[in-house]
Design a protein around this ligand. Structure first.
Ligand code: HEC
Ligand code: HEC
Ligand code: HEC
Length: 112
């Protein structure tokens, strides 16, 4: 009995060390966001993490949880299209500076 308890403690410590060293949860590679009457928006999450290098570009505006944008919109803490404008502004300014950029027109982002 005692050695079993000891063993489980060791296992717990190993598990804790493993989760610590494997770093933070970077979420899904690709996310489909709700885009109202214009249709859904596919968002390549990990491409953005790699190219921007800082989670806070977005997660200063909404938490690292799925459907957090929808939730904040429903609570009136984010305006409709507020995040959309934020996405598009970044793409537009990159395009202006002739850097790699994402889509800027409605139909490039929204789909069925
Ligand atoms: C360019 C914007 C952007 C950046 C940068 C970004 N995220 Fe996200 N993240 C999102 C969006 C959009 C969602 C989905 C929110 C929703 O469903 O309402 C999300 C959701 C998540 C989730 C919830 C699980 C999921 O996949 O839906 C986690 C965890 C997460 N992000 C972690 C991170 C981490 C860690 C970083 C930095 C390494 C990061 N994100 C950088 C936009 C971004
Ligand atoms: C860079 C990608 C992108 C572009 C370009 C874009 N959208 Fe969006 N749109 C989104 C995202 C992401 C959301 C959901 C988040 C939000 O509401 O801020 C959204 C939300 C919406 C909504 C729903 C708002 C609500 O809550 O009712 C409508 C309507 C919409 N977009 C219309 C348009 C129209 C019209 C255009 C072109 C003039 C356009 N979008 C261009 C990404 C985009
Ligand atoms: C701070 C800048 C920034 C923000 C914010 C941002 N993006 Fe982007 N996005 C980029 C850049 C840079 C690229 C080009 C990546 C590449 O080509 O490697 C890109 C590319 C994309 C692409 C095309 C990916 C591909 O495979 O070609 C889509 C779709 C996209 N973004 C959607 C969004 C949506 C939706 C949001 C908001 C939730 C968003 N982006 C927020 C900078 C941004």
């Amino acid at each position: 009995m005692k050695s079993k308890t000891f063993l489980s403690i060791i296992m717990l410590i190993l598990l804790a060390l493993f989760s610590y060293s494997s770093g933070q949860n970077t979420g899904s590679e690709n996310i489909v966001l709700e885009g109202g009457r214009m249709g859904k928006v596919s968002f390549p999450h990990h491409i953005h993490q790699n190219i921007l290098g800082d989670c806070n570009y977005c997660h200063n505006l909404f938490p690292k949880a799925s459907n957090s944008i929808k939730k904040l919109k429903a609570e009136g803490k984010l305006k409709k299209k507020e995040i959309m404008n934020y996405c598009r502004d970044c793409h537009q300014s990159k395009e202006k500076n002739k850097e790699k950029a994402g889509p800027t027109s409605c139909k490039e982002c929204h789909h069925k």
